[in-house]
Design a protein around this ligand. Sequence first.
Ligand code: NAD
Length: 327
Amino acid sequence: MSKQIAVVTGCAGFIGITFTKLLLERGWLVYGIDKFTYVANFEELRTLANIYPNTFTYVTEDIKDIDRLPECDVVFNLAAESDVDNSILNMDNFIDSNISGVKNLLEIITHRSVQIKNNKPLFFQVSTDEVYGDKEEGSFDETAALMPSNPYAATKAAADMLVESWSRTHGLDYIIARPSNNYGENQYPEKLIPTVIRRLQREQKVKLHNKGLPVRSWTHVEDTAEAFILLYEKACRNNIYNIQSDYEQNNFVTVTKIINIYFMGAINVEIPNYDEHIDYEYDRPGQDVRYSISCESIKNYGWTPKKNFDKEIVKLVNFYKKRKWKW
Ligand code: NAD
């Protein structure tokens, strides 16, 4: 059987690295595209390129500006500006990468690419559960209305709508995947888990948004990467699929677990006084109280998350503790 060919945009990002690695382990040919913003894992990507010199190559490009794509079976679009706090400060880059970038990829696939015009690849858009907004009880399924409550989520929702409308107008096949909050190795320390560990290392207090009350579900990045491949291989085209493990807790619980592991070496051994390490004075404007999505559609294809948060977080704290931060 001939090898499958994937374009992976955002291949140097947190999920992009893990996903690219999994595709390569499964024997795919991968053409990576990344603009290498401040979050990119350049060293991890170079390591992958050394391990897989014949099946992996990557280019430094902006998805908004590229004018060609190679012949491929599928374009997995993971490239995005992904930090909510940054989007609150200034959303120009978010509009460029998350909306105009998607528009450019769609245009290349449908109108401009000589290489692929006779055999349009599947467009696999990686979206987010944040497009639904928050939900204090119950869960959103894929038919729920989009009610994004921060600028980042709004750009992702706009991209989803663009993909759906493009499919109808131009006859493009797509899959939209909406993962929940991911955790794992190699995440940039603006996201909760690595930022907490880095602040503890620097003997700074952890800034906990909204008293730690917001609830988040946690899906391991390797489970998400498995889900993407499964959806590509098995799922019905021109559909949307939520991806979330069943594990949720409020941010205070997440942070205190990390603090326990950091200082006491065990998840449930409590330190005498959390207030010495946590600053509760910080509120994020428009904070979502809880995200929750139901995942019956992908579970019907046989996906079940394998990773357990309480086990993985112990390994992860030790991973980040040893990390030499370059930032
Ligand atoms: P990330 O911010 O860690 O990485 C994004 C990557 O995209 C970076 O390597 C960056 O250099 C690249 N990039 C940004 N703009 C680009 C552009 N215009 N052209 C080319 N490359 C560009 O993000 P992540 O956590 O790996 O997330 C990947 C995707 O999954 C994103 O689309 C994000 O919205 C979505 N998502 C992430 C999570 C999560 O918890 N990490 C949850 C749900 C959805």
